[in-house]
Design a protein around this ligand. Sequence first.
Ligand code: NAD
Ligand code: 89Y
Length: 338
Amino acid sequence: MKGALIGCGFFAQNQLHAWRDIEGAEIVALCDRDEQRLVQSATDFNIARTYFDAEAMFKDAGFDFVDIATTAPSHRTLVEMAARAGVHIICQKPFAENLDDARAMVSAAAEAQRTMMVHENFRWQSPIRAALSIVRSGRIGTPFFGRFSFRSGYDVFTGQPYLAEGKRFIIEDLGIHILDIARAFLGNAERITATTKRINPKIRGEDVATMLLSHIAGATSVVDCSYATRRMPETFPQTLLEIDGTEGTLRLDAGYRLTVQSDGEDVQDVSPPVLPWAEKPWHNIQESVLTIQQHFTDCIAAGREPETSGSDNLQTLALVEAAYLSAAEGRTVTLDEL
Ligand code: NAD
Ligand code: 89Y
């Protein structure tokens, strides 16, 4: 398959590296409004076709899918353009700025009969996959409690300055991944209660969020996120897990240490590999980029719906919206309200 990528910014560099390693896909065209970023990426990755304007790129055609690596405000316009052009779509998180846009984007791809996947990559990190496969195997029985925790003091604002400027920060940017992980383990949720705080005075949005979820299948979970936590060693970008099931407990602790206690105790080191183009501490995220993009490519080849499809992601985005509503109104929000 041939692909085009829109948005040659901070994170797209990982996506471009990963596409080079993926079997069955290659990037043949690039688009960015920023000339310097466009030229730099085209040179670094040896891509001949470059565009400032996405509409012009779709008009010239010659590719089967588009990878949308811009920030959320442009996603709906670009997804609808891609659907009109009849190409498959992979789009970065946050998928959309609100649920109405996201629903319209899912409909546009469905009407065009094209695959649409959200680049919701945290659940594709190999330590999370290792934990998921144990829980899905039934080894700890039926889960009844989960704790999904991301607490860090890492400076994300230097690489991604827009994160300091938005009215919303941690739930929309990072919590979205942790809520998605909670769904991957415990299924969809029906209710959420959230509190938020801003600790860092230099940013506009909230940098702490604590959320309590009731899952439809019966489990309760706590999803806690913070970018205002000093810890040594720093655990960025690790998500720590604790899942209690009727037959045992699983924990993913700092340093990628996975412990299962059921009949006896089993401890494994599930550290992700550092890919040749990756660097610590981002290697955990970078490896998941390769895995998710391979999943997208394989699903299209096999005509299968991706695990993190656009329609699946509506449930994750609904949790984000519900968490903000809960925190603003100081009440529990049911997902049916949205
Ligand atoms: P960025 O601002 O560094 O890059 C975005 C680029 O898109 C910019 O170069 C901008 O000029 C370009 N752009 C925007 N609108 C455009 C349009 N309509 N046409 C052409 N070019 C356009 O942003 P980033 O930090 O790379 O983040 C991009 C997305 O990736 C965000 O949604 C962010 O949340 C996400 N992200 C995901 C992860 C992850 O692990 N999944 C990590 C970091 C960032
Ligand atoms: O943008 C965020 C993401 O998706 O993963 C980590 C991050 O880069 C900063 O919170």
